[in-house]
Design a protein around this ligand. Structure first.
Ligand SMILES: [Cu+2]
Length: 256
């Protein structure tokens, strides 16, 4: 029985080409839509991507390491020198083609794996730099030795960053003295803050909880004490807290 798999007849090929063209067009359309920001894109959480890539690398080097160790151990035993063996071995010489293949094929296999990991790293890096449009922004000024946050309504906190759960948070950072690095290990984000420049980082606090903020760049003798807390609160609790703080600090209604 003849089965038309779309590759044997010219009509089939044309049909496939048309389908591929439509697919490309729909990709282009969705990419343009995403760039235009008309549809909220799903959150590509850098922390999740980081964990995923980390596991991938660990599995990779473990599998490769174990296989190589086992093969090497087997060869060591199998081809060990026995009493009476000649000083110099007499293994058959490889043909030039076989010699080239022994170099090219393994290089290709391992480079493909490296390139695969590198491509994933590139994608992840882009997630780190691409802040979701639906976010809250907090300004941060670092100094020896504290983290000073300012919310958009003017509320200020020191060494305590409160954010609502389920919303991307972006920090716009600078420094009043020297180089610091705002590090939230649980969210796998760390970015330098420095005088005369504004840098940023973002993270996605998906559920309420408390996390450590610390400084990731040596900034002076008290560097190791430069720690703070990140408190992720349910959104309504956060809004209540922010309003109360605004009233307490006398900044209600003021925007920065
Ligand atoms: Cu510091």
């Amino acid at each position: 029985m003849h089965i038309d798999n779309g590759l044997t007849t010219s009509a089939g090929v044309a049909r496939r080409l048309a389908a591929a063209t439509m697919l490309l067009a729909s990709w282009a359309a969705s990419a343009a839509e995403y760039a235009g920001g008309s549809t909220p894109a799903p959150i590509r959480n850098p922390a999740a991507g980081w964990n995923h890539l980390w596991n991938e690398v660990i599995i990779d080097i473990t599998v490769i390491g174990v296989i190589f160790a086992l093969v090497m151990a087997y060869f060591l035993i199998r081809y060990r020198r026995r009493p009476g063996d000649p000083e110099v071995g007499n293994a058959p010489r490889l043909s030039p083609a076989a010699a080239v293949a022994w170099v090219v094929i393994p290089v290709f296999v391992f480079l493909s794996d490296d390139l695969f990991i590198a491509a994933n790293g590139w994608t992840l890096w882009n997630n780190y730099r691409d802040v979701p449009a639906d976010r809250i922004e907090v300004q941060l000024e670092s100094g020896m030795y504290s983290w000073d946050y300012t919310y958009s309504n003017g509320v200020r906190t020191q060494n305590e960053l409160r954010v609502p759960a389920g919303k991307a948070v972006m920090l716009r950072m600078t420094s009043r003295d020297t180089l610091h690095s705002h590090w939230i290990p649980d969210y796998r984000v760390k970015e330098d803050s420095m005088p005369g420049r504004v840098t940023y980082l973002w993270f996605y606090p998906d559920k309420p909880g408390e996390h450590v903020v610390t400084c990731g760049a040596y900034c002076g003798v008290m560097h190791s004490y430069m720690a703070g807390r990140l408190i992720v609160m349910p959104e309504d609790e956060f809004n209540t807290w922010l309003a109360q703080e605004a009233a307490r600090q006398g900044v209600a209604g003021k925007t920065t």
